[in-house]
Design a protein around this ligand. Sequence first.
Ligand code: MRU
Length: 346
Amino acid sequence: MLTDHIRYSDQDHNLLLLDQRYLPMREETFACRHTADIIYALQTMVVRGAPAIGVTAAYGCCLALREVGEGKGWEEALAGKLQEIENARPTAVNLRWAVRRMREVWKGLEGIPAAGLAERWLLEAKTIHQQDIEANQAMGRFGADLIADGDTVLTHCNAGALATAGHGTAVGVIYSAWQQGKRIKVIADETRPFLQGARLTAYEVHKACIPVTVACDNACALLMHKGLVQKVVVGADRIAANGDAANKIGTFGVAIIAKEFGIPFYVAAPVSTIDPETLTGAEIPIEERPAREVTHVGDTQITPSEVPVYNFAFDVTPNRLIAGIITDKGVLRPPYTEAIKKLFEK
Ligand code: MRU
């Protein structure tokens, strides 16, 4: 299992990230020493995927604390940097969730000197990191029960080990089903424009020796019509209190097509991706990314100059299209408002 793509070095106090921009062609490490490096890594997608950016943000808080030092006014300076980290990307709630969790620890230690907080925060970041792996493994066990021997599972974007601290959410379900001995196949949607499916899901699923085929995003209806897909499992960046789920642009279309063909469409996400403060999907902010991601493939321009493009990075799948939400605490079924309320009451 890929687990060293997010590594904190205790000796050098830097965060080492496998640079996802260059996969699958090159395995390069990107070192973050300062808050600015963390923000750059988040915004340019050196690291991406909701849980992975949450873990990165937690370590980012530790780097920010080292950066502000312990001189007069360090608390205000630190608060400003946490805000910057939290705002680096808007859609995935895990970023905010992780920074809030670090803030809560700080709040509980009122008056603590910077050195004491540094020690406590590093422990917290490592705990968040480890808990994410465990949550994914739990999700995998719950989700694997929904996958039958011989199924072909279609997934969109990359919700695998690379998008988390390890094992993955949607792809974690696939790994767990495979480990249980189910002979399954995977279809990885290409996922324009950043190609998370073609580059990242195909890379890691192939590395795990599970049969995987890449398909263009616009092949989804044909593949389902041909009977080549039995289940859809995708990840999520934020799930609203009513079960509406934001995920990579194109997910909504996959869900509509799956409904047409009676194919179960599942969302897999840890409880930290559910945001009870966001009541419906309409409230989820949708990130718009640079036009260049659409107008160019690598260094080659593919659209006429001066023609504008849309580059919304996410869309929201309404709860009515979701057969189940696989979490680390079990599989939620509709009606989701009740199921999510109960989950948080526990
Ligand atoms: O823009 P990205 O690559 O960060 O978007 C990632 C996704 O949409 C994933 O499907 C989602 O974060 C779930 S990751 C376990």
